[in-house]
Design a protein around this ligand. Structure first.
Ligand code: HEC
Length: 155
């Protein structure tokens, strides 16, 4: 994994020497893919909690914890990447649905991210079904709240 990353940065370095601007585009594509993938993985990690919310699975504190751990793990996997780097506002070959407001309203974007963190930590603090069911909708609202302002709808 590490050597793969290293190789990538070496070849990217070679490219930038010969082509200059290409690196920014290639990197933007990588960043866009990383954040889209992160979002998808996180949505997947939430699955067991969504099932409990919908009544498709019984409430189970251990399952909730496992699901929250899985959500955290998706974050761990990308924490070294600047997922919304300014030069990733547009990709070369990858389409991004990130809106320009992310960069023109960084405070608003940050607040939307913090609302999500808070919703997750409130959820993690719950210990029973009633608490879980009362806290979960805030997570969905935080996802949706940011998407509404900062993501273009797909297709
Ligand atoms: C702080 C803002 C923000 C929050 C909070 C947020 N998202 Fe997103 N999400 C985005 C942006 C911006 C994109 C578009 C990324 C792109 O296309 O480059 C996106 C894209 C997505 C996608 C589509 C990924 C793809 O394949 O294109 C999914 C699925 C998703 N988010 C799920 C979630 C879920 C689930 C949550 C809540 C747990 C959430 N998001 C919270 C900003 C946010």
């Amino acid at each position: 994994m590490l050597s793969k990353k290293l190789f990538k940065s070496i070849s990217a370095g070679a490219l930038v020497l010969s082509l200059g601007i290409t690196l920014a585009y290639a990197a933007a594509d990588d960043v866009i893919k990383a954040r889209q993938n992160w979002m998808k993985e996180r949505a997947k990690a939430l699955g067991p909690m969504v099932a409990i919310m919908k009544g498709e699975a019984p409430y189970d504190a251990a399952a909730v914890k496992a699901s929250l751990d899985a959500v955290n793990a998706t974050w761990e996997a990308v924490k070294d990447i600047e997922l919304f780097a300014p030069d990733s506002a547009k990709g070369e070959t990858v389409e991004t649905f990130a809106k320009a407001e992310i960069w023109s309203d960084p405070e608003g974007f940050k607040a939307a991210g913090e609302a999500m963190e808070k919703a997750f930590s409130n959820l993690a603090a719950t210990t029973d079904e009633a608490g879980f069911k009362a806290a979960f909708p805030a997570v969905g609202a935080a996802c949706g709240g940011c998407h509404e302002k900062f993501r273009r709808p797909k297709g």
